[in-house]
Design a protein around this ligand. Structure first.
Ligand code: HEC
Length: 120
């Protein structure tokens, strides 16, 4: 089979097109964080982004607060507190398995730490 230059270019570009957040994708995640990322996309990504404030604080800020205590992210997600009065209250994720939330917490710490180093 003969490879056309066009086909080769398409194959090179295709992965880039499916990854809108190139900076985030550049982060090498541990297997556990990679698992947590899928859960994060389902449950948390509507309100939390790596470096930007959406509805909730960015992962860079959360990683700064919880780097040494990922379990506290799980506790917060199950029973969110009230801190930032300029933001709405966060809903509880008590319906989600805590082992899944622990994977999410690992993702938040790894992605948030990387985003904090890269800057917004
Ligand atoms: C509907 C929007 C929304 C979703 C979905 C959401 N959050 Fe939040 N989150 C918020 C808001 C708003 C705050 C800030 C609340 C405050 O400070 O009072 C927050 C704050 C946080 C904090 C900071 C706690 C602190 O001590 O400062 C953590 C950790 C967090 N969220 C984790 C999660 C996780 C994990 C998920 C997914 C399982 C999630 N959030 C899903 C809106 C959301």
């Amino acid at each position: 089979m003969k490879w056309s230059p066009f086909l080769a270019a398409l194959l090179l570009l295709a992965p880039a097109c499916t990854r809108p957040d190139a900076a985030e994708e550049a982060v090498a995640l541990s297997p556990r964080a990679a698992k947590g990322k899928a859960m994060f996309s389902t449950h948390c990504a509507a309100c939390h982004a790596p470096a930007a404030k959406l509805v909730g604080p960015p992962l860079s800020e959360i990683a700064g607060l919880y780097r040494t205590d990922p379990d506290a992210i799980v506790r917060w997600a199950v029973n969110p507190g009230r801190k930032r009065t300029d933001l709405p209250p966060m809903p509880s994720f008590r319906g989600v398995r805590e082992s899944d939330l622990a994977d999410v917490a690992q993702y938040i710490i790894e992605a948030g730490t990387a985003a904090g180093k890269q800057g917004p």
